[in-house]
Design a protein around this ligand. Structure first.
Ligand SMILES: Nc1ncnc2c1ncn2[C@@H]1O[C@H](COP(=O)(O)OP(=O)(O)OP(=O)(O)O)[C@@H](O)[C@H]1O
Ligand SMILES: [Mg+2]
Length: 154
């Protein structure tokens, strides 16, 4: 699966998150790549809205992991930015291999902990408020992304 969409503002990014959230299943892992300020946390907050997590998703940068248990599925939100060059054996595998949805910002810093078949979303800055989202997965696990009505978002 490989697909992309360009969205004009952060409200559309949140709408994308809500749309994705409707399709997630227990054990799904989402890798978010992109520069500082690309919109990874913004997308995750839309996912949180879509899962009905009942509390606003905020950046886990200083905590590494934030967990939300009250929605349709548990949401585990990891920001590995501060783990670059650090010991990564800090128990994140419980979130990554758990029965919720695990969304990971800066996944390159915890590479050994990642599954073989994540949903990868690369975010590119295409202008002040414009972002391109590129979806891929090496297996058919997330082929439902091909059928999402992404053209209705932007
Ligand atoms: N289309 C857009 N989608 C998402 N965010 C946007 C968009 N346009 C502008 N922004 C702004 O870009 C910033 C994105 O911040 P966000 O915290 O989501 O980035 P991030 O990728 O998580 O960064 P970091 O790597 O520092 O965690 C916010 O200030 C947001 O308002
Ligand atoms: Mg972030």
């Amino acid at each position: 699966m490989k697909r992309s969409v360009i969205l004009p503002d952060k409200e559309q990014t949140k709408a994308l998150g809500r749309l994705l959230a409707a399709h997630f299943m227990p054990g799904d892992v989402v890798l978010l790549s992109g520069d500082l300020g690309a919109g990874k946390t913004t997308l995750t907050s839309g996912i949180g809205q879509g899962l009905n997590v009942e509390s606003e998703v905020i950046s886990p940068t200083f905590n590494i992991l934030r967990c939300y248990f009250k929605g349709r599925l548990p949401l585990y939100h990891i920001d590995a930015y501060r783990l670059e060059g650090q010991n990564i054996e800090i128990g994140l595998d419980e979130a990554i291999e758990g029965d919720g949805v695990c969304v990971i910002e800066w996944p390159q810093f915890i590479e050994p902990l990642l599954p073989d078949d994540p949903l990868q979303i690369e975010i590119y800055n295409r202008g002040e408020n414009t972002r391109e989202f590129v979806f891929s997965c090496p297996t058919d696990r997330y082929d439902w992304v091909n059928n999402l009505p992404l053209e209705d978002l932007g």
